[in-house]
Design a binder for this molecule. Structure first.
Ligand code: P6P
Length: 335
């Protein structure tokens, strides 16, 4: 049986190999992994833990918060604030940034997260997950401000997610490919189960919420229409469709077997570029996808190169198998 490599050993060996993971970053990633383990346990309890249903409150996005949204947010804050590796945090569930309290040492990293993405799926027992992104705090002794978080995705030093599904799996990149760690509940540790994850450049599977078709712009309508025409159409092959309505689950499938995921701009809210958030959904997922040989654009530009203007800004997302993403993006350039 192959030797089991824990997340800790993987990070230590990566640090030893090329210094890509300074000890403070390794500590941060281990703390985030431990927090995800706690969230996984709360999610797995479901109705038995009294954690289902809504918290009768709204987040900064104006979305009704689920009890588990708030629990997951608190777990991540409490796990990370005392370790000395972070200066501040930002979350989908909090309006402003969270500065590490003065009673704790300040670190050099900024942590951003969607504590529980896909939470509309919690009550129907469908996979959900935690998405996280790590940036470096700008140099200097002044206190951290929200503007310090507004860095393009190319500045990330680590990114990943933890999917709470049939398995609890942590998926991570520090810029040297993508690795996957499956939670061994008996040992209570994440064990390396995939490394050098690669997304096939071509696919026959697309993921989009088809009920929004009448709201899409022309390039997206053209692309999906061609997929639906199948082998008799210009693509010359039949396509399959998946839509889990949980970005973590849809992206995990794409990292595992290829595909294209699209949440494009649509005319329901014409002044918003899209539904998904740039800083703690699109950027971490785009880096993971690119590190696995895929591509990620907003229809016109590489997502990782977008300069954020606001902490909670939204973006149109087209990511996955490289040749498909490039096709959709090319359709936007001819409009
Ligand atoms: P819709 C979950 O709420 C989420 O933010 C993503 O995880 C998911 O891809 C998308 O929204 C689903 O949106 O409009 O299909 O429910």
């Amino acid at each position: 049986m192959a030797q089991r490599i824990s997340l800790t050993r993987y990070l230590v060996e990566q640090q030893r190999a090329d210094g890509r993971i300074p000890s403070q970053l390794r500590l941060l990633l281990e703390v985030v992994a431990r927090a995800c383990k706690s969230i996984s346990q709360a999610v797995n309890k479901g109705a038995l833990g009294g954690v289902l249903g809504t918290a009768h409150s709204e987040n900064v996005q104006g979305e009704v918060q689920k009890k588990l949204d708030i629990i997951a947010n608190e777990v991540l804050i409490e796990a990370n604030e005392w370790g000395g590796h972070l200066a501040a945090m930002a979350s989908e569930e909090m309006d402003g940034i969270y500065l590490v309290p003065n009673r704790y040492p300040q670190g050099e990293y900024l942590l951003l997260f969607d504590p529980l993405d896909g939470s509309s799926n919690i009550d129907v027992n469908v996979s959900i997950g935690t998405i996280f992104s790590v940036l470096k705090k700008p140099d200097g002794d002044r206190g951290v401000e929200e503007s310090d978080f507004l860095q393009p995705g190319t500045q990330q030093v680590a990114a990943g997610y933890c999917i709470y599904g049939p398995q609890t799996t942590l998926v991570l990149t520090v810029g040297d490919g993508v690795a996957m760690f499956t939670l061994d509940r008996e040992q209570g540790s994440f064990v390396l189960t995939e490394e050098n994850v690669r997304i096939p450049e071509d696919t026959k599977e697309f993921a989009i919420n088809m009920s929004n078709m009448r709201h899409w712009d022309a390039p997206v309508k053209r692309y999906i229409d061609e997929c639906l025409q199948g082998k008799d159409g210009p693509r010359g092959k039949d396509f399959n469709m998946r839509w889990i309505a949980s970005m973590v689950a849809d992206v995990h499938r794409i990292l595992t077997r290829g595909g294209i995921f699209m949440y494009p701009w649509d005319k329901r809210e014409p002044n918003k570029p899209g539904k998904l958030r740039l800083m703690y959904e699109a950027n971490p997922m785009s880096w993971l996808v690119e590190q696995a040989g895929g591509a990620a654009t907003n229809g016109r530009q590489r997502i990782l190169e977008l300069q954020p203007a606001q902490l909670h800004e939204r973006v149109s997302v087209i990511l996955g198998s490289k040749n498909e993403v490039e096709r959709v993006t090319s359709y936007h350039s001819v409009v």
